[in-house]
Design a protein around this ligand. Structure first.
Ligand SMILES: NC(=O)c1ccc[n+]([C@@H]2O[C@H](COP(=O)([O-])OP(=O)(O)OC[C@H]3O[C@@H](n4cnc5c(N)ncnc54)[C@H](O)[C@@H]3O)[C@@H](O)[C@H]2O)c1
Length: 247
């Protein structure tokens, strides 16, 4: 087991990539705090972690609220003694062409994807620094490179890259690594509603010729959270089937 005895917090873990990551972490021996802003689905994910032989704690909360982020980290410390790994996975999209994008759509996406990532990291990092070991894995996206209809999402996910690199530099000397995963298209609720014709177009842009399963992103989370990745910090791993490569 690659994360035996480690304590991990996964935000946005009720569904999709976060749920897959929480389950994988349980199988890798991590004690997992599962968070989401919505309560449905969270208990089921926690039950799967326990069924894998590990421990899980459900902490509902909104990553856009500083007090909630502090409560999640506090719950990990209270029940499991510390927090070793933060997977900043919670994210939303509110797509619209820039000319029609509302201020609410802009603010909502920046608040969850960028501010939420910062607030959870800010709550988690002091304890990691104190203990001299920590892993923060943030969630960017291939959308960070720019995507029609996603000015808010692209800006938030590009912002996550700048945040990741800065935190990596600030915490490198304390045994804490900070990296980001930038997934390409992954089959979750975020893509489920997309019409088949659009899905075909998306697949055509991915050299490996398919949409990823959530567990394929969880694999990257496991690696970056493990001891094996101790010399990797400030990096962005594009887990995108090659979609960001080439001309
Ligand atoms: N699915 C994709 O194709 C894809 C591609 C690139 C990046 N991503 C990123 O991966 C991450 C996970 O996405 P997913 O596809 O699993 O989506 P998803 O919608 O299945 O899961 C996201 C989860 O985040 C939760 N969430 C939303 N706002 C929250 C908040 N304020 N506080 C706490 N939890 C909140 C949601 O309730 C949901 O359960 C996101 O950051 C997303 O931007 C996804």
């Amino acid at each position: 087991m690659r994360l035996a005895g480690k304590v991990a917090l996964v935000t946005g873990a009720a569904a999709g990539i976060g749920a897959a990551t929480a389950r994988r972490f349980g199988r890798e021996g991590a004690l997992v705090v599962v968070n989401d802003a919505r309560a449905d689905g969270l208990e089921a994910v926690a039950a799967d972690v326990r069924a894998a032989g590990s421990k899980a704690l459900v902490v509902a909360g909104d990553v856009t609220k500083k007090a909630d982020c502090e409560r999640m980290v506090g719950a990990a410390v209270r029940d499991f003694g510390r927090l070793d790994i933060l997977i900043n996975n919670a994210g939303i999209n509110r797509d619209a062409m820039a000319a029609k994008m509302t201020e609410e759509q802009w603010d909502a996406v920046l608040a969850v994807n960028l501010k939420g990532t910062f607030l959870c990291a800010q709550a988690a990092l002091p304890g990691m620094r104190e203990r001299g070991w920590g892993r923060v894995v943030n969630t960017s996206s291939i959308g960070s490179l720019g995507n029609i209809g996603q000015a808010n999402y692209a800006a938030s996910k590009a912002g996550v890259i700048g945040l990741t690199k800065t935190l990596a530099l600030e915490y490198a000397k304390y045994g804490v690594t900070v990296n980001a995963v930038a997934p390409g298209p992954v089959m979750t609720a975020m893509l489920a509603g997309v019409p088949d014709a659009i899905k075909e177009k998306i697949i055509a842009m991915v050299p490996v010729g398919r949409i990823a399963a959530p567990d394929e992103i969880a694999s990257v989370h496991v690696f970056l959270a493990s001891d094996e990745a101790a010399f990797i910090t400030g990096q962005v791993i594009f887990a995108d089937g090659g979609a960001s490569v080439g001309i």
